[in-house]
Design a protein around this ligand. Structure first.
Ligand code: ATP
Ligand code: PH2
Length: 171
């Protein structure tokens, strides 16, 4: 069994429902166990022009899948949630990214782990630090907490904690 951390994001439709559905599908996979969820955060879109706010969160899982197999399963869940790739960096019902896979560094066609932009993203580090604050990111040699503290204040101010999966529904 290997420990993996997955980032979830949605900025179309019922964002909390898309996230809850993704987690239900993850929990239903025979090769995925012990799914732990962070809070949901409402986050300002980074790198996108005039798009709607995102809901972001991170989950920790233990899996018997190798990272490339796990990625395929995540992409299948994205499709099932109706992800349409209208254009690069377009809005999406659901985006699932592998952030970390044990302490492994992976550089395959179509799969880079640790995720190459995670260290600059408050919408990733804010939820991730709830689950793995002391985890030292391979290749960066710094803990998740340290990376979060080093983010520019403007980055950290772009995310707002909404609460757990259920609470977000009541917002
Ligand atoms: N760690 C990873 N997790 C998920 N996808 C990855 C990863 N590394 C590379 N990819 C590749 O990225 C491709 C583009 O994915 P996508 O369009 O969802 O990018 P994005 O998530 O919107 O952008 P970003 O990668 O900056 O978060 C996928 O087809 C996948 O093969
Ligand atoms: N706030 C926010 N911004 C983003 C996000 C995201 O999930 N949340 N995902 C991106 C590409 O995957 C680019 N920008």
């Amino acid at each position: 069994m290997k420990e993996a951390y997955i980032a979830l994001g949605s900025n179309i439709g019922d964002k909390a429902a898309h996230l809850r559905a993704a987690i239900a599908r993850l929990r239903a996979l025979p090769s995925v166990h012990d799914v732990k969820t962070s809070s949901i955060y409402e986050t300002v879109p980074v790198g996108y022009l005039d798009q709607d706010l995102f809901y972001n969160m991170v989950v920790a899982v233990r899996t018997t899948d190798e990272a490339d197999v796990l990625l395929g399963r995540l992409q299948e869940i994205e499709q099932l949630e109706g992800r349409e790739r209208l254009f690069k960096n377009g809005p999406r019902t659901l985006d699932l990214d592998i952030l970390l896979y044990e302490e492994e560094r992976i550089d395959l066609e179509g799969l880079t782990v640790p995720h190459p932009r995670m260290q600059e993203r408050a919408f990733v580090l804010a939820p991730l630090r709830e689950l793995a604050a002391t985890f030292v990111v391979p290749g960066l040699g710094q803990s998740v907490e340290r990376l979060y503290q080093q983010l520019p204040e403007t980055e950290r101010n772009g995310v707002r904690r909404l609460g757990g999966l259920l609470e977000a529904e009541e917002q």
